[in-house]
Design a protein. Sequence first.
Length: 256
Amino acid sequence: MLQHWLLALGFAIARPMGLLAVHPVFTRFQITGLLRAAIALVLALPAVPMISDMLAHSPQTGVDLMILGMKEAALGSVLGLMLGMPFWVLDVAGDVLDLQRGATAGRINDPAGFEDVSITGTFFLLLGITYFAASGGLQMVLNILYQSWSLWAPLSGLPELSAQFPVIVLGLLDEMLASALSLALPMFLAMLLSDITLSIVSRAAPSLRVDDHAMGARNIVFFFVLTVYTTYLCLFVRQDIARIPAFFDVLKLMVL
């Protein structure tokens, strides 16, 4: 009997582990190893009785359970990708801003194991994660995780992809880039005004080398405008986090 419950518990952990391994909220804060397994264990506990009952009514071989476990981990990773879209919008916006102001050399190591990340993107992302945790976003992710178990049963096969799958994926990528550019647009305009101002000054003082001062002027404008821009950023983050359930609805359209 104990072995049966332990098997159900191990099987239930697969989907939360896949989600935790991909979602930015859990990867940027170095939640790895034993701590990540402990969080996945807590998230999986409510699903253990359901999975135990399923295993009792439809026994599976060891190979079948291994394949189904891999399927559960893959579904969890897809959930993590979809639910992490609002956070990657913030990261992309920061990358584009750093590229525009010539700060691509000042990048930092990513605790998740990637090569490096932009400073502004990390700032935007940490702001988004802070608002996400303070506004009940973790409860939102938990609700979506538990809904996914009712939509795609643990012992069922891989969900079939719908005919709209390629169109929806391209639409999501297009929306992510458009949202990132709309977030960065006010700062783009401020830096554009600094470039226009330097061009006007160069007409009055032809000996002034504008190219040597353009990047410095953009960075000065960036840091001065950032204090006012943070208000717009917080409003954008609030709307961005509120859209997380909509990404799960899109995922339901991608599979049958």
